[in-house]
Ligand binder design. Structure first.
Ligand code: SF4
Ligand code: SF4
Length: 298
């Protein structure tokens, strides 16, 4: 039985496709976007999260760990991922709920059992399931198994993707997906390499192919001040969409709600001083795109 690693199942999502949705977040992403607000979705592996502000410094987690994966020095809990087998002893022994594990291994049927709880809302609102991440294509066999199961149950499916994956996988996924939410961030390749860690060649080429195969694609643009909100980039995105016959887009202004997660995961956040765009900057970006005939749907 195929299994996958999931870091969240979010019920009552209103911004991940039509109607009320359940969003299933798969772990693993080949990109390293500077603004990522789900850093716990980047690694394919499960990870330990330490909440410094809750920690009492009692050392119970270190004593409980049978594999000596934890060390508490100078008010800092360090963690050796190579040694950890996710036995959860540290989580169970912590009196302050200051440690948790990001990532749970699940079968498609276990995911379905969670999704089932909201089925009544899907029917009433025209909603369904959205599979997001991380990057869902990072776990292609699990993604396909989920999509097959949801389709067999008559549940509407959306896949939220960066487009960075093998075309062979994306093509199979496209046959089982009702709606694609496809991210476009940067049209300039050198900026894409700088801010996401990858060339945009594969992303753009996959979208060209997908547009020939699938007739329900919405583009998602995260609006990051000073990174991709300039007229040149937005116009290039609009032109590319029009060349493919795609007209719908949603704009997602930058927020820093995920920045606190970086420290908990022992990672560095590269945009600590960036502020969300002002309402007039979002309106300006909207204007650039609408003047090119792009329909902004949020
Ligand atoms: S999950 Fe288990 S092995 Fe991993 S750090 Fe905690 S106690 Fe140690
Ligand atoms: S058991 Fe919890 S509170 Fe105690 S040191 Fe470990 S993380 Fe901190």
């Amino acid at each position: 039985m195929v299994t996958g690693t999931i870091f969240n199942i979010q019920r009552y999502s209103l911004h991940d496709g039509p109607g009320i949705r359940t969003t299933v977040f798969l772990k693993g992403c080949p990109l390293q976007c500077w603004w990522c607000h789900n850093p716990e979705g980047i690694s394919l592996s499960r990870e330990l999260i330490w909440h410094r502000h809750k920690c009492l410094g009692c050392g119970a987690c270190v004593r409980a760990c049978p594999r000596k994966a934890l060390c508490f020095t100078q008010a800092n809990l360090s963690y050796d991922q190579e040694k950890c087998d996710f036995c959860m002893r540290c989580v169970e022994e912590c009196p302050a709920e200051a440690v948790e594990v990001a990532g749970q291994i699940m079968t498609p049927l276990e995911v379905m059992a969670e999704v089932e709880k909201d089925r009544i809302f899907f029917k009433q609102s025209g909603g369904g399931v959205t599979i997001s991440g991380g990057e869902p294509l990072a776990q292609p066999q699990f993604l396909l198994a989920l999509l097959k199961l949801f389709r067999s149950e008559g549940i509407h499916t959306a896949v939220d993707t960066s487009g960075y994956g093998r075309w062979h996988d994306l093509e199979q996924v496209s046959r089982l997906t009702d709606l694609f939410l496809y991210d476009l961030k940067l049209m300039d390749d050198s900026l894409s390499r700088k801010y996401t860690g990858k060339s945009n060649d594969l992303i753009l080429e996959n979208l060209r192919k997908l547009a020939r195969n699938h007739n329900n694609i919405q583009i998602r643009v995260p609006l990051i001040p000073g990174v991709n909100d300039d007229a040149e980039n937005l116009r290039a995105i609009g032109q590319f969409m029009r060349s493919l016959g795609i007209s719908k887009m949603s704009i997602h202004p930058y927020h820093h709600f995920g920045s606190a997660k970086y420290e908990k995961l022992g990672r560095h956040y590269k945009l600590p001083h960036l502020k969300p765009p002002a309402a007039e900057d979002v309106a300006r970006a909207r204007g650039y795109l609408e003047r090119q005939g792009i329909m902004i749907i949020n």
